[in-house]
Design a protein around this ligand. Sequence first.
Ligand code: AMP
Ligand code: MG
Length: 325
Amino acid sequence: MKRRKKYLPIFFAVFALMISSCGTKREPLRRTRLMFDTVVSVTIEAEKGRDLEPIFAEIWRELGEWEKSLSAYDTSGGIYRINLSEESEITSPRLNSALQIGLEYNSITSGAFDVRVGGIVRLWDFTGEGTIPSDSALSEAMRFAGYPVEIRDGKLFKALGAKLDLGGLGKGIAADAVAEILDTIPYINRYIIDLGGNIASGDKSGKPFIIGIRHPRAPDKIAGKFALEDGYACATAGDYQRFFERDGVRYHHIIDPQKGVPARHISAVTVVAPNAVTADILSTALFVMGFEDGMKFLNSNPKIRACFFGLEGENLGGNLLIEEL
Ligand code: AMP
Ligand code: MG
């Protein structure tokens, strides 16, 4: 059996390059931490002579707040508490916006993205040893995943046994929150925020960022690169990010909500969207849809671009053009 160790750096799905420039600017400053069960890095290029340490302190504090509110495993956190009851008050604005966006995207993606998969995800135990659930346990979890979840008057209503999972949007929404902070600081010229391949960026002069995509079947190879325009965000969903293997079969963490099992059409998809939470959500959704249904989705959502990779890691194409290296 092969599996990743919890809290160890998960493979970089995507890595970003910051290109420094001259004049009053200085070399970019990059800080890295292990958060959200992955590697988080923030790179900032500011005017010379500015102290960026207080800004990094604020960034880690902000990310810590998001992590705590959205983690299904943090017993003091918001979603953990909600998962224990039928009816709960949503006290945190962060949790509220994550829940609203998550529920909204269920219908936008025709069910491919579904925060109600929490009970199913737990059964597979991707963050632990990895378990193939029994048919009866899976059908019970599927039943709960099908029950409605509603937000009314600041309260969330759901079936007692239903478990919500915001892991499919947490890194994206947190990246957007950090971008929002950095956008208000006048002496920051350029930045890139990377939460395990969920990338938000900004550049005062509108210069794009060159993003490399990890080859889905060769961890030390780059499948290609593309230019991410200023203000855009991107995310990659891949079957290599969190998985275990049994009898030669790979069981990974992106679940087809209709079947309760890992989606099997493709190995990875990279998505570009106007913000990181949309890119995060749609990377999971397009992974579940696969190439053909995914292309139909892209044709009716012109602001989204994506490139799909087949089960052997081959570039299947899409409407995001990748320059092969
Ligand atoms: P990541 O690739 O890190 O964004 O992880 C996606 C996470 O979203 C998984 O670890 C699950 O917790 C959750 N998830 C899996 N499948 C789905 C789905 N179809 N819809 C929404 N969330 C999902
Ligand atoms: Mg994601």
